[in-house]
Design a binder for this molecule. Structure first.
Ligand code: COA
Length: 328
C-alpha cells in the first residue's frame, strides 16, 4: 500500500536574514557563505512560536485537501525545536486546527523527521481501516538554538514549516529508515535537564560539553562526510528493493543542508543536478521542514506534476537518514 499526498501547506516567518546580516555577529562574508553552502538568505522566526508556524501550514494543507479537520485521525508533528518539553506540538496544533477526532504525537528524527513521519503515517494508514487522513506537519525554529557566535554553523540554518494531508493509495511507494547513533555527538544540543558541567562517561564529552547550554554543536566536516555518503546509499537501497533505477525517478528532493552536499551526492549517483529540487538558497537548512518545503515549492511552480516519481532523501542529527521513493 502506498499513500497519496492530497495537499500541501507551508508557512515561513516574515523576517529574512541575508548573509550580510551575519557580519553583525561573526567574522564572515556573503561570498564565503554562498560558495561554501549555496545559501543566500533564510527566514528567522521572530514572534512566531514553533506551534504557530506548524498550525498555519496545517490550516492551509487542510483547506487545500478539501476535507474537514474533524476527518483527520492522526497528526504527526516533526520538530527539534518544540516550544514545550510537554505537551507535544502535535497536540497544540490539533487544537488550533480543530482536528478534534485526531490522535497526536511528535516525532524527532532531526532533519530526517519528515521521511520518518511520512513513513509512519503510511504504516498507520495500512494497519487501521478506520483511519482516513493523516496530517504530517514539519515545523522548525532553529534560530532559537543556534549559537550565533559559531560562524561555522549559525549561517546554515533557517526557520519554517510545511504540512501535508495524506490518504491511502495504491501508488508506488517504498522506503528506507536508518540511524547511526555512533555519530550522535557530531550534531547535537543539550536538553534542559543536563547541565553542561555534567560529564558522561563514554558519552557526548568530545568537544561538546563546553558548548553553551541548549546551543547547537556540530562537527561540520564529519556531518558533511556522512551526508554525502548516505544520500546516494539510501536511494540505492530503496531502488534495489523495488527494482527501479535512477532513470525512473523524475525528481530527487534531498534534505536542504548545503548545495555542495547535494552536488557531491548527485555526482556519486550519476544524476544531473537538474533533477534535484534545491530551495536552500532562500530558506537555508530548516531541518525536518526542508524536504516538504522544497516539495511544496516544486509542486506550486509546476515542476513536480501528478504521476511523477520522486525520491525524497533525508539525513541529520542522530545520525539519522532515510528515504522514500513514491509517486506524486
Ligand atoms: N565565514 C567565513 N569563514 C568561515 C565560516 C564563515 N561562516 N565558517 C567557517 N569558516 C572558516 C573556518 O574557520 C576555516 O578557517 P581556517 O582555515 O582559518 O581554520 C575555513 O573557513 C574553512 O573551514 P572548514 O570547516 O574547512 O569549511 P568547509 O568547507 O568544511 O565548510 C561547512 C564548513 C560547515 C559549511 C561544511 O563543513 C558543511 O556544510 N558541513 C555540513 C554541515 C551540515 O550540513 N549540517 C547539518 C546537517 S543536517
Amino acid at each position: 500500500m502506498g499513500i497519496n499526498i492530497m495537499s500541501f501547506g507551508y508557512y515561513v516567518p516574515e523576517q529574512t536574514l541575508t548573509n550580510n546580516d551575519f557580519t553583525r555577529f561573526v567574522e564572515t562574508n556573503d561570498e564565503w557563505i554562498r560558495t561554501r553552502t549555496g545559501i543566500v538568505e533564510r527566514r528567522m522566526a521572530g514572534w512566531e512560536p514553533t506551534w504557530y508556524m506548524g498550525a498555519q501550514a496545517s490550516l492551509k494543507a487542510i483547506e487545500k485537501a478539501g476535507i474537514s479537520p474533524e476527518d483527520i485521525g492522526l497528526i504527526i508533528t516533526t520538530t527539534v525545536t518544540s516550544d514545550f518539553l510537554t505537551p507535544s506540538m502535535a497536540s497544540v496544533i490539533q487544537d488550533k486546527v480543530g482536528a478534534v477526532n485526531s490522535a497526536a504525537f511528535d516525532l524527532n528524527a532531526a532533519c530526517t523527521g519528515f521521511i520518518y513521519a511520512l513513513d509512519t503515517a503510511r504504516r498507520f494508514l495500512a494497519t487501521d481501516d478506520n483511519l482516513k487522513y493523516v496530517l504530517v506537519v514539519a515545523t522548525e525554529a532553529l534560530s532559537r538554538f543556534i549559537d550565533f557566535n559559531d560562524r561555522g554553523s549559525c549561517i546554515l540554518f533557517g526557520d519554517g514549516a510545511a504540512a501535508v494531508v495524506v490518504e491511502k493509495s495504491d501508488k508506488l511507494y517504498a522506503s528506507h529508515l536508518a540511524s547511526d547513533g555512533s555519530g550522535a555527538s557530531y550534531l547535537c544540543a543539550r536538553s534542559l535537564n543536563i547541565a553542561p558541567e555534567v560529564k558522561i562517561e563514554n558519552g557526548f564529552d568530545d568537544g561538546f560539553t563546553d558548548n553553551p547550554l541548549h546551543k547547537l554543536y556540530q562537527n561540520g566536516k564529519e556531518v558533511y562526510k556522512f551526508a554525502t555518503n548516505v544520500l546516494p546509499k539510501s536511494f540505492n537501497i530503496i531502488a534495489s528493493k523495488i527494482g527501479i533505477t535512477k532513470e525512473d525517478v523524475d525528481w530527487f528532493i534531498p534534505h536542504q543542508a548545503n548545495v555542495r552536499i547535494i552536488e557531491t551526492a548527485a555526482k556519486k549517483l550519476g544524476v544531473s543536478m537538474d533533477k534535484f529540487v534545491v530551495t536552500l538558497d532562500h530558506y537555508g537548512n530548516t531541518s525536518s521542514a526542508s524536504i516538504p518545503l522544497a516539495f511544496a515549492e516544486a509542486v506550486e511552480d509546476g515542476r513536480i506534476k501528478r504521476g511523477d516519481k520522486l525520491a525524497l532523501i533525508g539525513f541529520g542529527a542522530g545520525l539519522t537518514y532515510g528515504g522514500i521513493v513514491m509517486e506524486y
